[in-house]
Design a binder for this molecule. Structure first.
Ligand code: NAP
Length: 294
């Protein structure tokens, strides 16, 4: 089976290429310099030229705070790019697997968000991602939108990397303790998307649509930071854990407002595709071990 991955040098994109190659799949790594998803005619020509069996969109504008002052660019990448991919895939009659985010919700619900809950994004990033999801859903029937959360990997910029850098610089860190979510290792997202692609490749009936997928257990950023330092000390990457002080979001103002509770209810993917939520603590250890090797 031939799979085309856009944004192939991002956290999820790189894991998709790595895992797909390990599985013996033919992977076309379309990094940004090979394919700019904001260019409609390039997208159509690239897909027609390579003739993949399926396209996975790993490309996105993910700088949540920067997006607040960069509406045009964020919209082009997160909203129009997926629309171009959906149009091109539909023209070739091939499915599009697209990735979305927990930040399309406002975070005011006390319960985990299910796929039927009403989106209400608070920032430009979430708004542009939601517009991209809507474009995919209305343009191409054969689609999966996988909404993920709090992504980390050994490859790329993320909370784990930031915490480890700060731990080397400071004895004490203040970390937001009133925002909750499900950290998700990019390797688990890659494996899930490839499992879905392989299921399609075998000719199985596909329950197209939107699915939530994130790691367990749900935690606050403060608890996530403590887990990162705990594992890093065990692996000898840090000589000691910095003191972590939990603070309220109001004490750490950011340009983009984040959802307070963006925990995702992932029952649908379990029921319809047999895919369980991964324990992010396993992915965290793998991530730290990969860093040690680098
Ligand atoms: N990161 C998170 O915490 C998080 C949380 C929830 C959901 N998600 C979603 O998960 C997906 C994957 O995120 P990620 O963390 O892997 O993102 P990432 O590491 O930021 O990777 C995104 C990739 O897209 C590329 N890209 C940007 N503009 C492009 C364009 N016009 N054409 C083609 N490629 C372009 C980027 O290239 P450059 O680096 O050169 O710009 C980068 O390689 C995204 O849909 C994101 O919205 C992420």
């Amino acid at each position: 089976m031939k799979l085309l991955v856009t944004g192939a040098e991002g956290q999820v994109g790189a894991e998709l290429i790595r895992c797909g190659q390990k599985l013996g799949l033919q992977m076309i790594a379309a990094s940004r310099n090979r394919l700019d998803i904001t260019n409609k005619s390039s997208v159509a020509a690239f897909i027609a030229h390579h003739g993949p069996d399926i396209v996975i969109n790993g490309a996105a504008y993910t700088a949540v705070d920067k997006a607040e002052d960069d509406h045009v660019c964020a919209g082009a990448i997160n909203s129009q790019g997926p629309a171009h991919l959906a149009t091109a895939c539909s023209a070739q009659n091939i499915p599009l697997l697209h990735i979305s985010t927990d930040y399309i919700f406002d975070g005011q619900s006390a319960a985990p968000y299910s796929e039927d809950d009403k989106p209400n994004p608070q920032g430009v990033y979430g708004k542009t991602k939601l517009a991209g999801d809507e474009a995919v859903a209305r343009t191409i029937e054969q689609h999966i939108i996988l909404r993920v959360a709090w992504v980390f990997d050994a490859h790329g910029h993320n909370f784990v990397r930031t915490m480890l850098r700060l731990a080397e610089e400071r004895d004490e860190l203040r970390v937001v303790a009133d925002q909750f979510g499900g950290p998700t290792w990019a390797g688990d997202i890659g494996a899930t998307l490839l499992a879905i692609a392989q299921r399609y490749g075998k000719g199985e009936a596909m329950p197209w649509g939107t699915y939530h997928y994130s790691g367990i257990p749900a935690v606050s950023w403060y608890e996530f930071a403590q887990a990162i330092f705990g594992e890093a000390v065990k692996l000898g990457m840090l000589s000691r854990s910095p003191k972590v002080i939990g603070i309220a979001s109001a004490e750490y103002p950011t340009p983009a407002q984040r959802p307070q509770n963006s925990v995702l209810n992932c029952q649908k993917i379990q029921q319809q595709l047999g895919i369980s939520q991964p324990d992010w603590r396993t992915g965290l250890i793998t991530t730290l071990q990969e860093w040690q090797k680098q």
